[in-house]
Ligand binder design. Structure first.
Ligand SMILES: [Zn+2]
Ligand SMILES: [Zn+2]
Length: 347
């Protein structure tokens, strides 16, 4: 920026190298803030939580131990025991570390996979069924395109998540997400650096397959539907993602929970009680969990103690433990020392 000519609105904002560095750092921070932790999403989350507090006379929030209890409004919205918990601090450290590593894999993986998949799907359809019907796009079709993409994304998320829970070598990676002892909106991003690319591939395949099918069906390219000028996905994911890692129990009516995951259903997923193991594995809908028998709709304010459980938690408290964890477990698996690896009952 220092080399730009001094003209226009930037003329009186001449910046030296130090300012430039600060600007660059600030820009990097702004670019890498969690995309769902925006003021609109957080405001809606706090607003709904306040409504729950009012409607339920102070009930509905869980403490760090996963038990519901009655509290005043401030403690209800921002409980000290949760937001000052060591686990919440590790969430921040893991998030920042993952963001530092991310630029090294985002480009090759996500940027390449979606368009290549889309192109291959369109070519395959051309070769088997001939040229597409060249339909005209409309809002209804755009909505259908968004829904198909969402269902495909959810299916691939379910599949990857299911395999991670059932395969010991992959559970060693995914258990970093489950080692969270308290849930905060940032816990959504708590994962081992190796796990990011795995889910990114799933997402890129879902977007690529849906894009290929709809690209073949329509004459001109078709775009996703928007709600109030926001991407359909941004609305669904933003809200769902931040609230399901919030400690307030937001239940949907039972009939709706059979179609969409309510935020509290993810409290169950993070619980170490045996009846909660490997339940509610999808990201958005309840459809795939229902089909494969992993759906669990909790009772009102059901007890959900979070984390890996007494047997394993001490190995997964600090940032270093959570970063080295998978490598440590793989090593133990290779040398055949199964006493120190998580057993079925630990997640
Ligand atoms: Zn999981
Ligand atoms: Zn989670």
């Amino acid at each position: 920026m220092a080399s730009q000519p001094l003209s226009g609105p930037t003329a009186d904002l001449y910046q030296g190298p130090f300012n430039e560095l600060v600007t660059t750092l600030w820009q990097w921070l702004a670019d890498n803030l969690p995309r769902d932790l925006t003021w609109p999403v957080l405001s809606v989350t706090l607003l709904i939580a306040t409504a729950i507090w009012l409607l339920r006379d102070g009930h509905g929030a869980k403490a760090a131990d996963g038990r519901e209890r009655k509290t005043g409004l401030l403690q209800f919205l921002l409980p000290r025991d949760i937001f000052t918990h060591p686990s919440a601090r590790v969430d921040v450290a893991l998030y920042l570390f993952e963001r530092l590593i991310r630029p090294f894999w985002v480009l090759p993986f996500v940027v390449a996979i979606a368009p290549v998949t889309e192109h291959n799907v369109m070519t395959a359809l051309d070769n088997t069924l001939g040229t597409g019907p060249q339909l005209e796009s409309s809002y209804a079709w755009m909505l259908l395109y968004s829904l198909v993409t969402l269902l495909l994304y959810d299916a691939l998320f379910y599949l990857i998540h299911y395999v991670e829970h059932k395969t010991p070598a992959l559970w060693a990676i995914h258990k970093i997400h489950h080692s969270a002892e308290v849930l905060t909106p940032l816990t959504r991003y708590r994962e081992h650096v190796i796990e990011g690319p795995i889910y990114a591939i799933g997402a890129a395949l879902a977007y690529g397959i849906a894009g290929g099918i709809f690209g073949w069906l329509f004459m001109d390219s078709i775009a996703q539907a928007t709600l109030f000028n926001l991407g359909f996905f941004a609305v669904v994911f933003g809200f769902n993602g931040s609230f399901r890692h919030y400690h307030v129990a937001f239940h949907y009516p039972k009939w709706l929970s059979r179609w969409l995951h309510s935020p509290v259903m993810h409290h169950v997923h993070h619980s170490y009680l045996p009846q909660h193991h490997d339940k509610n594995l999808a990201a958005v809908t309840s459809i795939w969990d229902r089909l494969f028998g992993t759906l669990y709709i909790p009772e009102k304010d059901e007890y959900t103690p979070w984390g890996l459980g007494p047997g394993q938690q001490q190995h997964y408290r600090s940032f270093v433990q959570n970063t080295v964890g998978p490598f440590r477990e793989w090593y133990l698996m290779i040398i055949g020392d199964h006493r120190n690896i998580s057993k079925e009952g630990d997640h």
